[in-house]
Design a protein around this ligand. Sequence first.
Ligand code: MN
Length: 201
Amino acid sequence: MPKFELPPLPYDFAALEPHIDAQTMQIHHDKHHAAYVNNLNTALEKHADLQNKSAEDLLKGLKSLPEDIQMAVRNNGGGHVNHTMFWEIMGPKGGGEPSGALADAIKKAFGDFATFKTQLQDAGMKRFGSGWAWLVKEGSGVKIISTANQDNPLTDGLTPVLGVDVWEHAYYLKYQNRRADYLAAWWNIVNWDEVAKRFGK
Ligand code: MN
């Protein structure tokens, strides 16, 4: 019985059109995310003692895991947790701006929402190769970081609030090499209610 399962996409493949096309969503969820889940389960097969841990806890304690599975959990546990969050913080009725405590934290950290957007896009643009740009919680505030590959901020003791996938598989079919256009369009599908929920936890 595999421990981790691919969560269903919370909306249709075409729901994020025109910003993210249906084919990209289908391949991204059904192939890429599914592969991370399968590979994570395979990595844990010989480690029954770890199978009752959540994927988030595995990432938080990555450095204390058996050496033979550290890289597999880092890549595939990260891939699973990152994409599960990614689907949830997007939605067909997304866009606009956050409100409440999250809006206050963004204003405190960046001055205003427009500056925050520019800096997150910048972090995504500067990530060479594959990775993610993040808004993370640090103490009671927030800051922007980026990670390579499927590395998750949890491993460095930070709590992700929002993350945008800048792997080519996230945008190449529609945007080809134009990562900047993908990042600019991405704001139209951010589900701020879900992001605020994560900030409030
Ligand atoms: Mn991805």
